[in-house]
Write a protein that binds this ligand. Structure first.
Ligand code: MG
Length: 210
């Protein structure tokens, strides 16, 4: 039985509000000011640029790439982190579930495509760092994305058998399942789901007592 549980972060343990504040508010806001264009138009421009890159691409997660692409190289990444941090909120079941798993002796890993600077801020400020043993920014630490099955193979190599939980149907469920990981898709109220999707972390907390 696996003794390690790996969690995606954004949309799984934390609500999307951190990422939205950065990618859908702060960056379009800066672009609107820089190009003297309406905020709505800047937001549409950014969304189209993100969509054109696609979340299977490593660049989709790399802040320096977007600052360069949007002509905002002089923005301070620290300011963007602080903007996200001000909007950071965990789902209600996140800390209780991690506490329960940790007290049952499970090792806990955060396995996220998010950039290291965002990951570190989110984990420290939310209090997740009390329970998490290892935090992996798949993009910054390994130069990979979770769309690539080799990222989950490496997770297995480093941490032994794991259970993985996340809100992206493909990258947190189908991809890890394909390499033999006991993976669960958590549906947090929007996007694709399957009949097997869980809607809270309660089934994961129960793993601690099985
Ligand atoms: Mg996610």
């Amino acid at each position: 039985m696996p003794s390690t549980v790996s969690f995606d972060l954004d949309g799984t343990l934390s609500t999307p509000s951190f990422a939205e504040a950065v990618w859908d508010e702060a960056l379009p806001g800066a672009l609107a000011r820089r190009r003297d264009m309406p905020l709505d138009e800047a937001r549409r421009y950014c969304r189209e640029a993100y969509a054109a890159e696609g979340d299977g691409s490593i660049r989709w997660y790399q802040l320096p790439y977007w600052l360069m692409t949007l002509g905002l190289e002089d923005l301070d990444p620290g300011d963007l982190v602080r903007t996200g941090a001000a909007n950071l909120r965990l789902f209600d079941d996140a800390l209780p579930t991690l506490a329960r798993l940790a007290h049952a002796g499970m090792r806990l890993v955060i396995f996220s495509n998010a950039a290291r600077i965002f990951l570190d801020a989110e984990v420290a400020l939310s209090g997740l760092d009390r329970y998490v043993d290892t935090c992996i920014s798949v993009t910054d630490d390994w130069g990979m994305v979770k769309a690539d099955p080799r990222s989950f193979e490496r997770l297995l190599d480093r941490h032994g058998p794991v259970i993985h939980v996340g809100d992206h149907l493909r990258y947190d469920y189908h991809v890890p399942r394909a390499v033999g990981i006991e993976a669960y898709h958590i549906w947090r109220g929007s996007g694709e789901r399957t009949a097997q999707s869980i809607t809270s972390l309660a089934p994961i907390a129960r793993i601690a007592s099985r």
